[in-house]
Design a protein around this ligand. Structure first.
Ligand code: GAR
Length: 188
């Protein structure tokens, strides 16, 4: 059984999807041992509703070191599912190949500092991009720069807006995130 720790900052629909995939066997032989948030958010409620232990570590300079202290010793994988703090270099380098993130664009496009959630969608809409999508990648100390595990794209339609873009991206995320988790767990 592989132990996963999930980090969240928001609504946690990707967390919900991971929980469901573990329950229905799409992600076999895995368990979420802890959900950590850097702010009070609905993702924490989703975890509590499923009896998963939760911890709130307020965002700030000491987040990474506090997380390191409470991380269960048997953690196999750390999954960032809509997590908005930046983990520091020391933390990232302590868990090489064991931290993954989902990002709502086709990285390396629209990644880096300040590029999260609706900021990404706004930047994509303001550009002349013909397509967008989502990416699951390894987390390294460079923001959104780690090796890509899975990526899926779609064509941007005429009249695409923030809401439709976000919905299409979430749909892709629910598809590629469990697959990426399985790929990574198979190598751990
Ligand atoms: C997702 O679209 C995820 O890609 C994005 O936040 C959303 C969280 O949704 N993550 C980032 O922007 C990280 N840079 P959720 O809380 O419903 O899972």
């Amino acid at each position: 059984m592989k132990n996963i720790v999930v980090l969240v900052s928001g609504g946690g629909t990707n967390l919900q999807r991971i929980i469901e995939c573990i329950d229905n066997g799409e992600i076999p032989n895995a368990n979420i041992s802890l959900v950590v948030a850097d702010r009070d958010c609905f993702g924490l409620e989703r975890a509590k509703n499923h009896g998963i232990p939760t911890q709130l570590i307020p965002r700030g300079k000491s987040f990474s070191s506090e997380l390191k202290q409470i991380l269960p010793a048997n953690t196999d994988l750390i999954v960032l599912a809509g997590f908005l703090s930046i983990l520091n270099k020391e933390f990232c380098e302590s868990f090489p190949g064991k931290i993954i993130n989902i990002h709502p664009s086709l990285l390396p496009k629209f990644g880096g500092k300040g590029m999260w959630g609706h900021h990404v969608h706004e930047a994509v809409l303001a550009s002349n991009e013909k397509e967008s999508g989502a990416t699951v990648h390894y987390v390294t100390s460079g923001i959104d720069e780690g090796e890509i595990i899975l990526q899926k794209s779609f064509k941007i339609s005429d009249g695409e807006n923030l809401e439709t873009l976000s919905e299409k991206i979430h749909t892709i995320e629910y598809e590629i995130f469990p697959k990426a988790i399985n790929l990574v767990l198979s190598k751990i």
